[in-house]
Design a protein around this ligand. Structure first.
Ligand SMILES: Nc1ncnc2c1ncn2[C@@H]1O[C@H](COP(=O)(O)OP(=O)(O)OP(=O)(O)O)[C@@H](O)[C@H]1O
Ligand SMILES: [Mg+2]
Length: 1060
């Protein structure tokens, strides 16, 4: 079945998957798939006419014209320099390549970087990215893009930011010192660079290390017209301030210095000045101290001064430096060496000939050689120092055991110039070695793997350049050996004698052509001092001129020794490192290079390689110009067709059964979630489920081989879709787990909060209880002491008691004056109670008083008078209190008699009756009782005989103001009226008894206002007078159960009062 049939079938299958997948995923996947096919093919493996170089270049051109500069051959990236900025390195585009397989996004240097990064971090396979291509094809740019991508890709990881800064900033610094403007490239790297980036277990960059190769130091002393010396010279001259320039004794014009004579246009100067600032900034980031910077610039300046050192020929024919030559002085002072010694070392040389030390002066040419050699040596050693300085700054702070390394190799590509010298020989040798590595790692290994895996496969014819490598580096026989032999041989070895040896030994080798042996046509083009090597990439003719000199790389010992003593610490350290005392010759330049190259190959062989092959589309640094011839040449010497042929003849993809099964097991029910049997069987089941056709794949011993990328794309697509389903399950599990974790966390938090709230509430409750207890205690104390003096505890009690008492009092106030009740009061209110009681009584009394009628008032006045007179004096007083005083105690019959009497002339006109009662009069002799009536007027007392009951007969009229009255203190009604003698008519004291003694005496006294006339006696006997004051009888007073007044046996009048 042809490839296109196969493709159709695969497309059908993809279509089937498309219909099955969810819309959103479908969108993403389709985009990637469609994009693959948009312009030409994005992978040359898919090129129909894959054997045709024209088709190959056509595909490159088509894409280039659409600004698509990247194309794959399998996992090799081909990059065509666009010579213009393209919007394909934005942050957005960068993210497009995160965790993407090659086929998921358009080819890109980021895809290479991402794949390498993922293999490194997730599969722990150390990586290297080999970038090759000719000068100006974009290698250095590509390497920077890789670095930038890695920096962006690891942005989310915790890493020491300064490491990334330092890695990124190492470029401008290295470029300033190691790059120069050439015809091919304005910023051509004049050294090879291999940079290791070290990652920690998380995949974050933690350090780096740089190896430099073969700095083109001849550029320090001479450049082709139109090219420049290393950037730093111009940058320093354009960018340094006047102060620094003065310190360095420089003038800011490059044309002043022999080594930088090429005139720099104005705009370039500006750029140089700007670049100088960038360099200073980079130095800061790299932590190169101010002192170190000063020394660095002193070294650069001293090289410029050294170039200007002039020699003149003295009369002996030897070189001499003129005394007024300031340049050597400048060099000496900048490098802090003795000027005289410097001059001497530049013009003479010490030769140690078997113990005889001889100082030989140099001729003019030798002196110039020595000067230039010194300048080159200073610059080269200083460059190496700078790299090691960078390395010490980039070295990871802590050595991590699990760190892994990604290397980036940016090394000069194959160089074929019209005239090729020692440098091109070295560079092309390097490229042969790298090609050999490429062959080993991809082509050869591939075939060998098929063999190992027992897969039927037609071996692909490819050219193994090991023969060329051997031709160059084989021991004893190789070009390098021959060159070294010639350099070390005593006698007059020259470049031509070297060429002669070459031809002697190598003529006949398929890849070596000497002038002698080539056909006539070539002979015409080739010089006699040239030889031709048939490199894997094409024939290159080398001119042997200066081969020996460059390989010897001779710097006279005197100069080396002098430099080792220089006061510039940086440079001094570079030269001190050389072992001057050793008699052994140092390795030649090419051997040193060979050694370091083999070390590099060793490093690279231990890593998984990714390739970026850079192509430059034209020689004019112009955008949108695609020179087919130029590109074809590069395609050829990069071995790209070869590469594609092998890719297409073989299988595009292979993985161990375990890895394949692990990745795709979810695509078959039989293998998901785990396949129990051998992985090979599992994969067999899987491919059956995936409906692979038999020609699509092969089952090797340990690996599955898939012939076409599309088969894999399809499987990967299906996996991506499935992954989404699985992801959903994992997500839901994860969410569940997460939610539960959150819930538990929340619960825990809630419990803690609850605990604290409870604690707080309990504390508050306890506090409240404590306060309540205090209140209760105070209450009880208050209660207990409620009758005591006022204290803070009982104050409220007392207050309440007062209120209650007052309320009670208000309700229980006695309504009547005679009501003696008064509510009990709290002790503290006793005083108030008393006061209130008094006030209340006063109030009641007042009210009572105000309510009294006139008679009642009089009655009271009489009673009060009676009280005054009799209370405590006469025993009948208490019984008199309750009874109302009456002014008329006469019976109705007596009243008639009285009225008659009062109407008679016996009653003086105008006299006012104040009291009338019936009375018993006892005779003064014999005490015979006689019934009488008593009338008291306001003037006199009338004693009337009422015995006839018809009229009253006046017996006595006794003027009240003349009378005295005696009564007993007992309950009797006796009144003894003492009559003064002047009242002649009287027959002595009058003894009478009345029923209401107190009443009668009170009413009368009320009128007379003379209480003193009444005498109350408490004697048992009272004497009474007879007429004229003669002593009469005696009245005895006694007690008895039967009150009476009668004559006693003794003849006295006996008054029996009721027993008290
Ligand atoms: N991807 C790119 N996009 C835009 N311009 C580019 C790109 N790659 C290279 N260039 C341009 O090409 C120039 C040369 O590229 P670069 O310096 O990377 O070449 P090189 O291969 O390193 O050459 P040399 O071997 O001389 O160092 C750059 O200065 C830049 O102007
Ligand atoms: Mg470069």
């Amino acid at each position: 079945m042809g490839f296109s049939d196969c493709e159709d079938r695969l497309l059908c299958r993809i279509e089937k998957f498309r219909l099955q997948r969810p819309v959103s995923v479908q969108g993403v996947m389709e985009h990637a798939l469609q994009h693959r096919e948009r312009v030409g093919v994005q992978d040359f493996v898919l090129l129909e006419d894959y054997r045709s170089e024209a088709a190959f270049i056509d595909n490159l051109r088509k894409r280039f014209n659409e600004n698509i500069i990247y194309t794959y051959i399998g996992n090799v990236l081909i990059s065509v320099n666009p010579y213009k900025p393209l919007p394909i390195y934005t942050e957005e585009k960068t993210k497009l390549y995160y965790k993407k397989a090659f086929f998921e996004a358009p080819p890109h240097v980021f895809a290479i970087a991402d794949n390498a990064y993922r293999s490194l971090v997730y599969e722990h396979r150390e990586q290297c990215i080999l970038i090759s291509g000719e000068s100006g094809s974009g290698k250095t740019e590509a390497s920077k893009k890789v670095l930038e991508y890695i920096a962006a890709r690891t942005n989310h990881l915790q890493s020491v930011e300064t490491v990334k800064d330092k890695l990124l900033q190492s470029n401008p610094l290295l470029e300033a010192f190691g790059n120069a403007k050439t015809h091919r490239n304005d910023n051509s790297s004049r050294f090879g660079k291999y940079m290791d980036i070290q990652f920690n277990y998380e995949g974050a960059p933690e350090g780096g290390h740089i190896l430099n190769y073969l700095l083109e130091k001849s550029r320090v002393v001479s450049q082709m017209s139109g090219e420049r010396n290393f950037h730093i010279f111009y940058q320093l001259l354009a960018g340094a301030g006047p102060e620094l320039l003065q310190q360095l004794r420089l003038q800011g014009r490059p044309e002043m210095y022999k080594y930088t004579t090429d005139i720099v246009p104005g705009s370039q100067k500006l750029n140089d000045a700007e670049q100088f600032r960038t360099v200073l900034e980079a130095m800061k980031v790299i932590e190169i101290s101010e002192d170190e910077q000063k020394e660095i610039f002193e070294i650069v300046a001293s090289v410029l001064h050294l170039g200007n050192v002039k020699f003149v020929q003295n009369e002996k024919g030897y070189a001499e430096i003129l005394n007024h030559d300031a340049n050597s002085g400048n060099v000496a002072s900048l490098l802090k060496v003795d000027q005289a010694k410097l001059r001497e070392a530049l013009t003479s040389r010490t030769i140690d000939a078997r113990g005889d030390v001889v100082n030989t002066p140099l001729d003019l040419e030798q002196a110039q050689y020595a000067r230039d050699a010194l300048a080159k040596a200073i610059y080269e050693k200083h460059f190496s120092w700078l790299v090691s300085r960078l390395n010490s700054s980039l070295a990871p702070k802590d050595k991590e055991p699990n760190s892994s390394v990604m290397g980036i190799l940016d090394i000069y590509g194959f160089e074929i110039f019209p005239k090729n010298s020692f440098e091109q020989f070295c560079i092309n040798f390097c490229n042969e070695k790298l090609q050999q590595l490429f062959i080993q790692l991809t082509l050869k290994q591939e075939q060998e793997e098929y063999l190992r895996e027992g897969i039927e496969w037609e071996p692909v014819e490819y050219f193994n350049n090991i023969v060329i490598c051997d031709l160059i580096e084989a021991r004893h026989q190789g070009i390098i050996s021959i060159l070294d032999d010639e350099c070390l041989r005593p006698g007059d070895a020259t470049d031509l004698s070297f060429l002669e040896k070459l031809s002697q030994k190598l003529d006949g080798h398929a890849h070596y052509k000497s002038h002698r042996k080539v056909d006539v046509k070539t002979q015409k083009l080739m010089g006699r001092d040239e030889f031709c090597l048939v490199h894997y990439a094409g024939e290159v003719t080398y001119n042997v001129n200066t081969f020996l000199e460059k390989n010897n790389d001779l710097l006279f010992r005197d100069l080396q020794g002098l430099m080792a003593t220089c006061g510039n610490a940086t440079l001094g350290s570079c030269f001190k490192a050389l072992n001057l005392s050793s008699k052994k010759r140092p390795e030649t330049a090419i051997t040193q290079f060979k050694i370091s190259l083999n070390e590099l190959i060793k490093i690279l062989s231990s890593k998984e390689p990714s390739y970026i092959r850079c192509i430059k589309p034209n020689d004019f640094k112009m955008p949108m110009q695609f020179d087919d011839k130029l590109v074809s040449h590069q395609v050829k010497y990069l071995g790209l067709m070869e590469n594609l042929r092998v890719r297409r003849a073989g299988f595009a993809y292979r993985r161990t059964y375990e890895a394949f099964l692990e990745r795709y097991k979810c695509l078959s029910k039989e293998t998901w979630p785990n396949y129990r049997g051998p992985a090979r069987d599992g994969v067999q089941k899987l491919v059956e489920a995936l409906q692979y056709q038999s020609e699509d794949y092969r089952m090797g011993n340990t690996k599955i081989f898939i012939r076409f990328p599309k088969t894999l794309f399809e499987t990967e697509d299906a996996f991506q879709i499935k992954k989404n389903d699985i992801a959903t399950i994992i997500q839901s599990r994860w969410r569940g787990y997460w939610q539960r974790k959150q819930y538990l966390k929340m619960r825990e938090s809630a419990i803690i909060i609850q605990k604290w709230v409870r604690r707080y509430l309990a504390q508050r409750l306890r506090e409240r209880r404590r306060k309540a207890a205090d209140v209760i205690r105070a209450f009880i104390k208050g209660f207990i002491t409620r009758n005591g003096p006022e204290t803070p505890e009982n104050r409220r009690f007392l207050g309440i008691a007062k209120v209650h008492w007052l309320k009670r009092l208000a309700q229980q106030l006695p309504r009547r004056l005679l009501d003696d009740a008064w509510p009990a009061c709290p002790a503290t209110c006793a005083d108030a109670s008393r006061q209130l009681r008094r006030l209340h009584r006063a109030h009641l009394a007042r009210r009572y008083r105000l309510a009294l009628s006139a008679p009642d008032k009089r009655q009271f006045e009489l009673k009060v008078l009676a009280e005054k007179m009799f209370k405590g004096n006469k025993n009948s007083y208490p019984s008199s209190v309750g009874e109302r005083f009456v002014e008329d105690r006469l019976s109705p019959e007596h009243r008639v008699l009285r009225d008659t009497f009062m109407a008679s002339p016996s009653w003086p006109t105008g006299e006012q009756l104040i009291y009338s009662c019936e009375a018993v009069k006892y005779d003064r002799r014999g005490y015979k009782p006689r019934e009488r009536a008593l009338l008291a007027s306001d003037k006199a007392l009338y004693v009337l005989d009422a015995s006839g009951r018809k009229t009253y007969k006046l017996k006595h009229r006794l003027p009240l103001d003349k009378l005295r009255v005696v009564v007993t203190n007992e309950t009797d009604g006796l009144i003894l009226i003492k009559i003064p003698q002047e009242l002649k008519k009287d027959k002595g004291d009058l003894i009478i008894s009345v029923s209401h003694v107190i009443e009668a005496l009170t009413i009368v006294t009320d009128y007379t206002k003379k209480p003193e006339i009444i005498e109350i006696v408490d004697t048992r006997t009272i004497a009474h007078n007879l007429v004229n004051g003669k002593q009469g009888g005696t009245i005895e007073v006694t007690h008895g159960p039967q009150p009476a007044i009668q004559r006693a046996k003794s003849g006295n009048l006996l008054v029996v009062a009721a027993t008290p």
